[in-house]
Design a binder for this molecule. Structure first.
Ligand SMILES: Cc1cc2nc3c(=O)[nH]c(=O)nc-3n(C[C@H](O)[C@H](O)[C@H](O)COP(=O)(O)OP(=O)(O)OC[C@H]3O[C@@H](n4cnc5c(N)ncnc54)[C@H](O)[C@@H]3O)c2cc1C
Length: 346
């Protein structure tokens, strides 16, 4: 465990906002992670778990906060047969490095989630997903230290009640994830059937096609980059948390109230429809690139759903822009947009 001289949290988050915390405790293995958390849960210190910092917006004054940095890394194959491989990945491991590893080794199931920043251990929190895949489709079990009971146990995926960008961890289940286990498929170098029209159109294949894993990874990285959705030092539109709001899910009958030209997606529950939050924002009069006068926070030039830091924005400025978007969308469309990132210290 390292208790370092704290760096500003703006240097540890992709949104690049957040003040200097009281201390940062870096945990490089699960034993340290669990004992650190148990101690903090028993004590009085305000604390926050942080990994890749790609889904967290910190306040400008964090001086009362202890930050626990999840930094345990490693990928281990724990079971294998002719059809699949079961892999245990430490919580602090980079998600995209894990995807790259799977693609290189011809293991299918996560290729469409290429380029998503952050850690493996954070993926169950909001059931991370993209381009027709979600981690809930491949997670088998998770090592979890439960804050309420103090029990350290290996929990099956069902325990986390995954749904679209959501899990029990966003609804009161408290604890820390030490590692996540995934079952990936051996499909002779091909992907699972692609459930994303954007990808299949991009590569000129039919919806549901199985394509070479590396082709899917390359296409996804290209598509994501064109939207500022891959963190790159030379892309100011990627200084963000990705999508700042989740796409609202409404009943089928409610969805008929919206103009036909709005993009929408069907859901596993046939009575539900996912609306495009980006479309709702742009059609509430907030264009790409928009920022409040004098503020360094602005909507991405490439994607209406991302709030970006144009250089030196404060956490407060990010939040003010988010509130304005919520108010305009509620007034125009009667929809309450829910922020996707964790807003800490405000
Ligand atoms: C450019 C960009 C594109 C993105 N695209 C997508 C996308 O396509 N799909 C998508 O779903 N998300 C996307 N995101 C959001 C983000 O990458 C994911 O939510 C990611 O899983 C966050 O991981 P992290 O390690 O950075 O989390 P952090 O921001 O460090 O933490 C997020 C939350 O998880 C908690 N947490 C972290 N580690 C643990 C642990 N071990 N145990 C328990 N709780 C933990 C934290 O306390 C916090 O509440 C994008 C973000 C960016 C910046």
């Amino acid at each position: 465990m390292t208790v370092s001289n704290p760096a500003p949290l703006s240097t540890l988050t992709t949104m690049q906002v957040g003040g200097v915390p009281k201390r940062i405790i870096t945990c490089t293995n699960t034993e340290i992670l669990y004992s650190t958390m148990a101690e903090l849960w028993d004590g009085e210190d305000q604390h926050q778990v942080l990994a890749g910092g790609s889904n967290t917006v910190f306040a400008d004054d964090m001086s009362d906060w202890t930050i626990v940095l999840v930094a345990n890394r490693g990928i281990e194959i724990v079971a294998e047969d002719s059809e699949s491989v079961t892999v245990q990945v430490q919580a602090g491991h980079s998600w995209d490095e894990f995807v790259a590893w799977a693609v290189e080794n011809d293991y299918a199931g996560i290729e469409a989630m290429s380029g998503i920043p952050g850690s493996v251990g954070a993926t169950p929190v909001q059931n991370v997903g993209g381009y027709g895949q979600e981690v809930s489709q491949v997670i088998t079990q998770v090592e979890f230290l439960d804050q309420e009971t103090g029990e350290l146990a290996i929990k099956p995926a069902a325990f986390f009640e995954f749904s679209y960008r959501d899990s029990a961890l966003k609804h009161g289940l408290l604890g820390i994830i030490g590692w996540v286990e995934f079952r990936l498929l051996k499909l002779d170098g091909l992907s699972v059937p692609m459930a994303s029209g954007q990808i299949t159109q991009h590569v000129g294949a039919a919806y549901g096609s199985q394509l070479p894993l590396s082709q899917i990874r390359d296409s996804v990285l290209e598509l994501r980059s064109s939207k500022g959705m891959v963190v790159k030092a030379n892309d100011p539109d990627s200084v963000s948390c990705g999508s700042f709001f989740t796409n609202p899910v409404v009943s089928y009958s409610k969805s008929l109230e919206f103009p036909e030209e709005m993009q929408r997606w069907s859901m596993p529950d046939e009575d539900q429809v996912k609306l495009s939050a980006g479309w709702l924002i742009e059609n509430a009069g907030i264009p790409k690139g928009y920022g409040l006068p004098g503020s360094k926070a602005a909507i991405s030039n490439k994607h209406a759903l991302a709030i970006t830091n144009r250089g030196g924005a404060t956490g407060q400025e990010v939040l003010e822009l988010a509130r304005l978007i919520q108010e305009r969308v509620a007034a125009r469309w009667g929809i309450n947009l829910i922020p996707e990132p964790n807003l800490i210290g405000f």
